[in-house]
Design a protein around this ligand. Sequence first.
Ligand code: PXL
Length: 281
Amino acid sequence: MKRILTIQDISCLGKCSLTVALPLLSAMGVETVILPTAVLSTHTMFSGFTCKDLSDQLGPITEHWKKEDITFDAIYTGYLGTEEEIETVKEIIRTFRGPETLVFVDPAMGDNGKLYPAFDEQYAKKNATLCAVADVIVPNLTEASFMTGLPYREEYEEDYVRRMLQALTGLGCRTAILTGVSLEPGKTGAMGYDSSAGEYFLYQNDKIPAQYHGTGDIFSSVAVGGLLRGLSRQDAIRLAADYTARTIDVTRHNPQNPWYGVDFEATIPELTDTLRTMTGK
Ligand code: PXL
């Protein structure tokens, strides 16, 4: 079984970051090692959330793993609290990266043209330095715009997305996958660029007319899980985009759904069935 290390916060209530990544990756048949960077009562879209920073634990925990000779097939980072923490995470990547380790970075820090309340532009530039050391990054257009300095647009053509992708790989990573890209009315999905092969790839599915928190974390977790289960890049993106869209659709038809996240628990069986069909295992 492949082993992944995921480094992000625990929002105890809120269906995002580790409370999404751990169940999804485990269900996908990937051993998931977690490194919680902070414990929050909820995600930061609630008012009055508590937050206990765990930065001082990251060194001792990872030193212990090093003594145990633990290695990882992938390192997947998500929401990180502070600029110092980004530096610590870069150090952890340097320590544990082997020749085959996939470094997958979701620079989770904003949406709809704005950064989340905890962040500023300097933090976004710091996140760009983490993206520089990744193999694959999965920002949305907001995050991409803050990291590259290119303007954020709600309406755009394919050429704008290509320029954004080139600027993102220009940061230093090999492959950039932009999420929330819509190139036709009524459609949404992801567009990527592999800079070493000079290849663009696009996946579009139907846009579900609803927006929820935590869907970026769901897309990223399933995409990296799919890659670790041996899917091609295109198939991993298709699986992640279809699963995210299906989960949003199920959620919007559930009148009891809490406002703060999606019903991903209800769609896990469909995810594992699809994965079994795609991998033949
Ligand atoms: O889903 C991204 C995320 C993760 N963790 C925390 C958040 C958010 C988004 O707001 O607040 C704490």
